[in-house]
Design a binder for this molecule. Structure first.
Ligand code: PBG
Length: 326
């Protein structure tokens, strides 16, 4: 039939080269951030029970890790600390000699090829597992802020390139911005977890970072998955307070939010493909039920299409290898 009564969409799909030519979105190694869990102690390389292929490592395993990441061309890492001792006020988070601060110094001595993003939160360091200090059975916003500021400043003093506050206290961006500026770090960007939902998808992470709340949940500070306008309000206040990047977390169930945030704010938008999203794919793939490589590449290209500029993922090394093969 040679009339024009319908459109021939298949014209632009006739060959691999044609499809390449008209492809709207790409995924590159430069888009990736790899999270690392640094545990206090020696000669430790523990596979996280619920996250096959993800390890807690001690400082002495950092060199091989760094070499691998640099050789794969991955531009950045996100650091979490797993300390030996915890207390009510999360002192380990802002100890200038804390586990993350030590790791940052170690990595900076070794390479300048990796951007070090420090996760700024207390939950891995508090005995109760919450992201701030507790008053009357709830996290006290304003008493927690100065501790997050101290954490950020010690992380930058150790050499962190970007601060990623994930605690979801109100005012965390403006307080940290002020604290960094006063310490002379006005050129250090903030990548705020602006839109962070109270999500069941963080389950496996809490095994990895040993940060399960010992009572209650995080619903007074993290967001309700039912809300969309609230995400836009959160993103707007973080922008006003001076964040340089906006994180949306989790990613897969929140693609609509990634797009909304991207449409509203002309800053780099970061999708955090969280632990539960990783573990589900891994479990299915280890059972031989899905094609892991195809599924993972498809979900990341979908995040890019949804508006993400950067993706934080435990699959970063695999993706880097697959992109090299392609
Ligand atoms: C710390 C933090 C969490 C994650 C990143 N930073 C856990 C939480 O809020 O409970 C989750 C990451 C993941 O699930 O991969 N506040």
């Amino acid at each position: 039939m040679r009339n024009s009564e319908f459109s021939r969409h298949r014209r632009l799909r006739t060959s691999q080269t044609m499809r390449r030519f008209v492809r709207e979105t790409d995924l590159k190694v430069d888009d990736l951030v790899y999270p690392l869990f640094i545990v206090e102690g020696e000669s430790i390389k523990n596979e996280v029970r619920s996250m096959p292929g993800v390890f807690q490592i001690s400082l002495d395993y950092l060199d091989e890790e760094i070499e691998e990441l640099v050789s794969l061309g991955i531009p950045s890492i996100l650091l979490f600390g797993v300390p030996k001792e915890k207390d009510e006020v999360g002192s380990g988070a802002y100890d200038p000699n804390g586990i993350v601060q030590q790791a940052i110094r170690h990595i900076k001595n070794k390479t300048d090829q990796l951007l070090i993003i420090a996760d700024t939160c207390l939950c891995e360091y508090t005995s109760h597992g919450h992201c701030g200090v507790i008053e009357h059975q709830d996290v006290d916003n304003d008493k927690s802020l100065p501790l997050h500021v101290k954490t950020a400043v010690t992380q930058v003093e150790a050499g962190a390139d970007i601060i990623a506050p994930s605690n979801m206290m109100d005012g965390f961006v403006s307080e940290i911005r002020k604290g960094l500026d006063e310490a002379g770090f006005e050129n250090i960007p903030i990548m705020s977890y602006a839109v962070k939902y109270a999500s069941a998808f963080y389950g496996p992470f809490r095994d990895a970072a040993d940060s399960t709340p010992q009572f209650g949940d995080r619903k007074t500070y993290q967001m309700d998955p039912a809300n969309r306008l609230e995400a836009l309000r959160e993103a707007s206040s973080d922008i006003e307070e001076g964040t340089d990047f906006l994180i949306v977390k989790p990613a897969l169930s929140y693609m609509d939010i990634i797009r909304d945030v991207k449409n509203q704010h002309p800053v780099p938008v970061v999708a955090y493909n969280v632990s539960g999203e990783y573990s589900m794919v891994k479990a299915a793939s280890l059972n031989g039920w899905i094609d892991e490589k195809a599924i993972v590449l498809e979900k990341f290209i979908s995040m890019k299409r949804a508006g993400a500029d950067i993706i934080i993922t435990y699959f970063a090394k695999d993706v880097a290898k697959w992109l090299q093969d392609n």
